[in-house]
Structure formats: C-alpha cells, structure tokens
Write a protein that binds this ligand. Structure first.
Ligand SMILES: Cc1cc2nc3c(=O)[nH]c(=O)nc-3n(C[C@H](O)[C@H](O)[C@H](O)COP(=O)(O)O)c2cc1C
Length: 176
C-alpha cells in the first residue's frame, strides 16, 4: 500500500510529526512518502492520504487549503485522515475547543475524511518573526495566552497511537 503523508508547516513542528507518523506507518509494511504540501505536484498512485496542518490564527495554513483545492477530486477517491497541530489544545477544554473551532467540517465532509485528530504542537519564539508574534499574541483565541509559549507540547505516544489506528483502519498488519 502506498501512503502519502502531506503536511503544511510554517516552523517544522508539523513536518516532524508527519515524519514520525510516516515511520510508524512503514512498520506496518506501507510504502510511505512524506512531503510538504507545497512540494507535491501529483497525488496519483497513492492508496491513502494522511494530511496535517499547523494552525495559525485559528485556521489551517493557506498552503494546505491550496493543496486540498488542487487535489480534491483525487483525494476524495481514497481514504483520507486529517490532523492539526496547535497550542490551544493544551489548555483546559482545549481538545473540545480545537475540534469545534479549528476543524472545518464542510471541507472534512467533502473529502470524506475517515479520522480527524489534533495534537499539541510547539513554538520556539526565536524562530518566530515579529509579525507572527503579533498574530500569535493578538489573534490566538485561547482564554489564556500560554504562559509557556516557548515550549514543545508534542506527545509522541498519542501521535504514534493515532498512526497505529490509521494502519488498523487500512487493514495493515504490523511487520514488527
Ligand atoms: C503566527 C502564529 C499563529 C498561531 N496561531 C495559533 C492559534 O490561533 N491557535 C493555536 O492553538 N495555536 C496557534 N499557533 C501555534 C501553532 O499552531 C503551533 O505552534 C504549531 O505546532 C506550529 O506548527 P509548525 O511548526 O509546523 O508551523 C500559532 C503560531 C504562530 C507562529
């Protein structure tokens, strides 16, 4: 089975999560390609898609929206799984908030997405320019701005478990 893990990432966090998921899916014998959405010219020949986007100002990155728009007709023919990375999720009620507000249901339904998930991401302020800091500070919609913005909230066990659940959904068997 050939799987494409395609990600929209501004600062690398979502890309690293995608690479981790690709490696997890490979342990089930899948042939996995992991790539940034901007670099993908064709989605032909894949049997399933795992798509992930960072959240900026409450929405998916524009590069993911362009990717979905461009390949919608092909994506919808195959199993699609979708995740976001963000920091709102680590607050109280974060998961529910993210699922309600950061998931664009009409798009997910249009693509017949089989599973959605949201993971804690990471922010490294030294990598974020001043425009982005303003956006993060002004538009970030949490009830409290994270006290530790400069932090890595990724939970690799949760991410790995989701990759395993995708493998199971695709009826892949572990090779380990
Ligand atoms: C400009 C900017 C805006 C952001 N806006 C939000 C937001 O609205 N909600 C949220 O939960 N996280 C927000 N974040 C945090 C990112 O979603 C999170 O750090 C993510 O893991 C970054 O992924 P990346 O490194 O792949 O770009 C924002 C980060 C930046 C830099």
């Amino acid at each position: 089975m050939k799987i494409l893990v395609a990600y929209a990432s501004a600062h690398g966090t979502t890309g690293e999560i995608s690479t981790f998921m690709a490696k997890a899916l490979e342990t089930f014998g899948a042939e996995v390609t992991c790539a940034a959405v901007e670099s993908i010219e064709s989605v032909a020949g894949y049997d399933a898609f795992v798509l992930g986007s960072a959240i900026h100002e409450g929405v998916w990155l524009q590069s993911m929206l362009l990717f979905l728009d461009k390949f919608e007709a092909e994506l919808v023919q195959k199993p699609v799984y979708f995740f976001v990375t963000c920091i709102r999720i680590v607050e109280a009620d974060g998961y529910d908030h993210v699922m309600k507000n950061y998931m664009h249901t009409p798009t997910l339904e249009k693509l017949k997405v089989r599973k959605v998930n949201a993971f804690g991401g990471a922010t490294q302020l030294s990598n974020i320019n001043w425009d982005e800091r303003w956006a993060l500070g002004l538009r970030y919609d949490g009830t409290n701005l994270q006290s530790r913005l400069n932090a890595d909230y990724r939970d690799w066990y949760t991410i790995g478990a989701w990759a395993n659940s995708i493998a199971k959904d695709l009826d892949l068997k572990p090779t380990f």
